[in-house]
Each structure stands twice: as C-alpha cells, then as structure tokens.
Design a protein around this ligand. Structure first.
Ligand code: AMP
Length: 287
C-alpha cells in the first residue's frame, strides 16, 4: 500500500520570508493562491484551500487575528488561537506556506494608513453593528494581497458583505490578484461552520441551525412567489422565538446589497446576524 506524500507546511512569520518563498515559486513559473484566515481552522477554511488549488500550484494560508477589525467590546482577546492544530490541518490539505505574522510585523511602529471603504461596506448590515470592521478588514486584506502578490485569493461567501467589500476594494485599488469566492460549508444540521461555534453551549448549539433553516425556508417561499416583506417577518419571529436576539435579517440585492422589495429586482440574497447568549452568528443564502 502506498501512502500519498504529504507536503510539509513551511511556517513563516515575516514578510521577507513570505516574499522569498513567492520569489522562488515565480522563478519556476508556478502560480500562487492566497487564503487569508484568522486561524482556528475548520473544514470551511479547507474548502477555500481546495478552491485555490484549482487555480494555483502553490498555496499560502495566512493566519492573523487582525485587531483593527474588532470593535472595543468584541471578542479579540478570547478569539480561539490554535496554531499547532491549524498546521496539522494545513498539512492535510497540502498548503505550502502558512504565514502567521505578529501584530508588530503587520502594524509596525508608526503605522498610519488605512483603506477607507464605502459602497457595500456601508450597506447598513454588519457595518451598523461593527462600524469600524470593514476598514480593518480592507486594510489588512490590502496588505496581505500586496505582500503575497498571488495570482488568486479565495474568500468565503460565509462573510458575504466582506466578500463584496474585498472584490470592490481590489478593483478600485488595481490589485492584480484575482478575487475568487467559495460557498459556505455547513455542519450536517445546516449550521454554517465558524471558528466562533466553539463558544456555543450544548443548548445554544442545538438551536443554532434555526438560522440556516429559516434562511432556507424563506428562500424557498420567496422563490414560490410569496411577498418578501411577509416572509422576512415570519422568519424574524421564528428566529426570535428560538432564543436569538436578531441584529438584522434582510433581503438585499446580491451584488449591490441595496434594499429589495420584490424578487424581480434581484438576484436576492438573504443575510442574517443574530446573537444567542454571548455568541454572535452570521449566515446568508441566495434565493
Ligand atoms: P475567518 O478565519 O473566519 O476570518 O475566515 C477566513 C475565510 O474563511 C473567510 O474568507 C471566510 O469567509 C471563510 N469562511 C469562514 N467560514 C466558512 C465556511 N463555513 N465556509 C466557507 N468559507 C468560510
């Protein structure tokens, strides 16, 4: 019996080391794929690596819990950090380089620049509850794209508004890396995989798939022609009855995130953020 060779993942912490690896690959004519993450890796992240591999010979996964995208009352200090287990998972999906920079490496003393985003970053969805979030995301992703100079970079539809913000930012700043997306990977009961799911108590975990079920039922009813407003208010009621505090549940245009009243104005995307206990979950679905 032969065992498939497993690539070694090179763990690098500095931008010069990352650039050196990319330079070597480029010399050999190998294409490069980038998958930015905050670590605590799960199968959803692995699916992004698989997506990147379709378009790139070499894969960089970055692990950086970016402080500038967390608000003052958010979970930055308790965000799960599991580097040893992450490296094991990256080995299984055959990642070439894991780039795990320190905060000082990414934000050197005197750091004074930020990427300011508008448009889909001001859609009155995540930005209403996390007003500085997308500036932090856009700044760190712009830096990672510049550092890696990859051919492609992959982002999950799980963070749908973020995906649209990054696409727009890359276009507006003439970043040469092609932005690709991958669908949301879910647990067997429909709950979207997330590093934050580890926060859920067993009772909370049991009701968490309500979000998925309500998105799916709503998408079906809208497809069948029921009025969007009516369907959304039923779903809000069901999600609240399950014990969630809803931040938002809305039907929006899938490309612009503009408010949408009728399915014909679509493509329609349903987006939800809701808190159960101390944990905030987000999800979304195409109609
Ligand atoms: P995070 O580590 O949560 O910042 O996520 C890193 C990347 O993985 C982002 O592009 C996310 O959209 C993506 N991602 C997170 N969860 C999932 C999932 N369940 N399925 C697919 N992609 C995901």
């Amino acid at each position: 019996m032969s065992v498939a060779p497993v690539r070694n993942v090179a763990l690098v912490h500095t931008i010069p080391e990352l650039r050196e690896a990319v330079r070597e690959w480029r010399k050999r004519g190998e294409s490069v794929g980038l998958v930015p993450t905050m670590g605590a890796l799960h199968a959803g992240h692995a699916s992004l690596v698989h997506r990147a591999r379709k378009d790139a010979a070499r894969i960089i996964v970055t692990i950086f819990v970016n402080p500038t995208q967390f608000g003052p009352t958010e979970d930055l200090s308790k965000y799960p950090r599991t580097l040893a287990a992450d490296l094991e998972k990256l080995r299984e999906v055959e990642t070439d380089v894991c780039f795990a920079p320190s905060i000082e490496e990414m934000y050197a003393a005197g750091f004074s620049t930020a990427v300011h985003v508008e448009g889909t970053a001001k859609a009155d969805l995540e930005d209403r509850f996390r007003p500085t979030h997308f500036h932090g995301v856009a700044t760190i992703v712009a830096k990672l794209l510049n550092q890696a100079q990859a051919n492609v970079a992959v982002f999950g539809e799980k963070d749908y508004q973020q995906l649209l913000v990054i696409r727009r930012m890359a276009r507006d700043l003439d970043i040469a890396t092609q932005i690709l997306s991958a669908p949301t990977l879910r647990e067997a009961d429909g709950l979207a995989m997330s590093s934050r799911n580890v926060y859920l108590s067993p009772q909370e975990r049991a009701v968490a798939p309500t979000l998925y079920r309500e998105l799916e039922a709503s998408a079906r009813r809208i497809r069948e022609g029921e009025p969007i407003g009516h369907v959304m208010s039923d779903a809000r009621e069901a999600i609240a009855a399950a014990g969630f505090a809803i931040d938002y549940l809305e039907a929006r245009h899938g490309e612009t995130l503009a408010r949408i009243a009728r399915r014909q104005e679509g493509p329609v995307r349903l987006l939800v953020a809701a808190r159960i206990g101390e944990t905030r979950l987000i999800d979304n679905m195409a109609v």
